[in-house]
Design a protein around this ligand. Structure first.
Ligand code: AQP
Length: 325
């Protein structure tokens, strides 16, 4: 099966990106054809500092490799290294009703939070559809927030195929991870642009500060608490084994647990999981040429696939065929 997914280099990656996407991306590299891209064109909707965009892009590659991406199994590439995606996006835009984009939750959510409503932000789902359709992906592993975008991609593929009486574009399916919506330290969806994240590779002191500041209610220690409504427990569930989770839930219901206690345990679990990977990450970060080489090779493979699809699209729509540049 062909798997495709991407992550925006719009800031340091966080636990939402890890449990909502990357963990599953790494698992899916076994037994599938996996393509993962660093969505730097998408990140331009929020990052306008060239030095920062280029640094975050490189850091996402380093993070993926440190977290277990194997470049001999999966194709890792920068979105902008396959500029053909912009051409497919334009072609899709010509068969996409404006009403479809008007319904995008993510766009509405972002402008409500003060992100500038640029045309790029509005057009984001079209570019995302091109990202997916260009590689004829069967499944797209994502968090809950991206499901609507995959449904829009299905609509665009259908609209293109219907308009041009073809089956060139393949309908992709979303594949939800176990952690479809990881809450941030304020209880809202953890998001790079909402300043509520706990990074995957925070310096230890920083992670502790953030975990201790997770928003909780003011139920006194002795009182019973609802385990379904606690942000700390929601994060702990991602890191602890099922027996430990059941034990905490039981103690919540009985009362006598303080939020500070759970936060301290959450920090321990965070360190157990990510501290050993920090060293690997540091080694990779120090070897820029190695990481760049992986990205270059990934781009070559991705570009070859993209070109195969575009040739069929050109034929379907009546554009002249071109050689790959
Ligand atoms: N809080 C989350 N819970 C579950 N999954 C999440 N993802 C992101 N946040 C959560 C999943 O991570 C993948 C990569 O996300 P992205 O960086 O491409 O875009 P995003 O969803 O918009 O992530 P952010 O952090 O919220 O970025 P900004 O603030 O820049 O928009 C996706 O599969 C996403 O579902």
């Amino acid at each position: 099966m062909r798997i495709l997914s991407g992550v925006q280099p719009s800031g340091p990656l966080h636990l939402g990106n890890y449990f909502g996407a990357i963990q599953q991306h790494i698992e899916l590299q076994e037994g599938n054809e996996a393509f993962y891209f660093i969505a730097n064109y998408h990140a331009m909707t929020t990052v306008h500092d060239p030095e920062l965009l280029s640094r975050y892009t490189h850091e996402v590659a380093v993070d993926y490799l440190a977290l277990g991406l194997d470049p001999t199994r999966a194709v890792l590439f920068r979105q902008s290294d396959v500029p053909e995606v912009q051409e497919l996006a334009w072609i899709l835009a010509t068969v996409t009703g404006k009403g479809l984009l008007d319904r995008a939750h993510s766009y509405k959510d972002k402008i409500q939070r003060g992100i500038v409503p640029s045309m790029g932000l509005y057009y984001y789902p079209v570019l995302m559809a091109a990202d997916i359709l260009l590689y004829r992906a069967d499944q797209v592993p994502v968090g809950q927030d991206q499901v609507q975008h995959i449904e829009m991609t299905q609509d665009m593929a259908q609209s293109f195929n219907h308009t041009y009486r073809t089956d060139v574009l393949k309908r992709p399916e979303p594949r939800l991870n176990r952690a479809a919506r990881v809450p941030g330290i304020d209880g809202e969806k953890m998001s790079k642009s909402y300043h509520n994240t706990i990074g995957i590779f925070e310096p230890p002191g920083e992670a502790k500060k953030k975990i201790m500041s997770i928003k909780t209610d003011s139920t006194p220690v002795a009182d019973p608490k609802d385990p379904a409504r606690c942000n700390v427990l929601a994060l702990l569930r991602l890191l602890a084994g099922p027996e430990e989770v059941a034990d905490w839930e039981d103690r919540y219901r009985k009362g006598g647990v303080g939020y500070g206690q759970v936060k301290t345990r959450l920090y321990e679990l965070y360190e157990e999981r990510f501290a050993p990977l920090r060293e690997r990450r540091e080694r990779l970060a120090a070897d820029r040429d190695y990481v760049e080489d992986i990205l270059r090779q990934g781009a070559r493979r991705a570009r070859a696939e993209a070109h195969l699809l575009l040739e069929q699209v050109w034929m379907a729509v009546g554009l002249p065929r071109r050689r790959q540049g």
